[in-house]
Design a protein around this ligand. Structure first.
Ligand code: SAH
Length: 225
């Protein structure tokens, strides 16, 4: 899968892609990420990418031309399955969306900044809009990283043990069961006996029970959706 990220701050991404699971996904060839500096696509001699909003609001708005030029350039090179704009008024990001996007070949993720982007970019190019939560970030970069991370870990082959992504929270509409490792007894705080029993059926039942109990207690909305 290839992800092209359009941003005014490409340097923000270098760290996240060179560690842990994202690094491995890229090294193993499951994922290719290219960051494009929108500023490289302006024809303005001062390299301006933002301007005052019509109607006199406070703040700056990212201009159409550099973004359009960048998207057009990419689209002339390959077909894209989705052009995604990160936005607080987008569709709330869920595991189901991460799973769906992970099946795609090529996607573009556009990061806004300042007051946002000229609405006409959304009208002309954007095929879906994603919000990572009901709060406003300074820019779409951290939101895009969140989406790329969630998508990458469900691309088949990225995690060593493929079932480990399937047992994560939300994959089956439930929160995950608690997990433990050694020591089995930490200053009197013991791991539940069943996990040490070696009885697979009992362990499976216990995990499901824990998942249901946790979901009921913490996120009852998941059980009703
Ligand atoms: N004026 C806009 C917010 C702009 S914040 C509004 O009120 O809706 C600047 C940029 O940060 C946005 O264009 C978007 O790309 C990104 N952003 C901010 N919050 C976000 C969120 N919750 N999810 C995804 N992207 C977000």
């Amino acid at each position: 899968m290839r992800i092209d990220i359009l941003t005014l701050f490409p340097d923000m991404f270098s760290g996240v892609f060179s560690h842990s699971i994202l690094k491995r996904a890229i090294q193993k060839g499951h994922l290719e990420v290219q960051c494009h500096d929108i500023r490289d696509y302006t024809l303005d001699k001062h390299r301006r990418v933002d301007d005052y909003p019509f109607g006199g609001e406070a703040g700056m708005v990212m201009m159409i031309e550099p973004i359009a030029r960048c998207i057009e350039q990419l689209k002339s090179e390959r077909d894209y399955d989705a052009v995604i704009f990160m936005s607080p008024d987008g569709v709330p990001f869920k595991q189901t969306a991460a799973n769906r996007l992970s099946m795609m070949q090529n996607i573009i993720i556009l990061c806004g900044h300042y007051k946002g982007i000229d609405e006409r970019i959304r009208d002309i190019y954007v095929t879906e809009e994603i919000s990572i939560g009901d709060y406003v970030l300074s820019g779409g970069e951290i939101a895009a990283m969140t989406v790329v991370d969630a998508v990458a870990r469900v691309i088949p082959g990225v995690l060593n043990d493929e079932t480990s992504a399937l047992s994560d929270s939300f994959q089956d509409g439930l929160l995950s069961a608690p997990v433990y490792t050694r020591p089995a007894d930490y200053k009197g705080n013991k791991v539940p006996d069943v996990l040490l029993s070696g009885n697979e059926r009992l362990i499976r039942d216990w995990k499901l029970e824990q998942q249901l109990e946790r979901t009921q207690k913490r996120r009852p909305d998941l059980l009703n959706s």
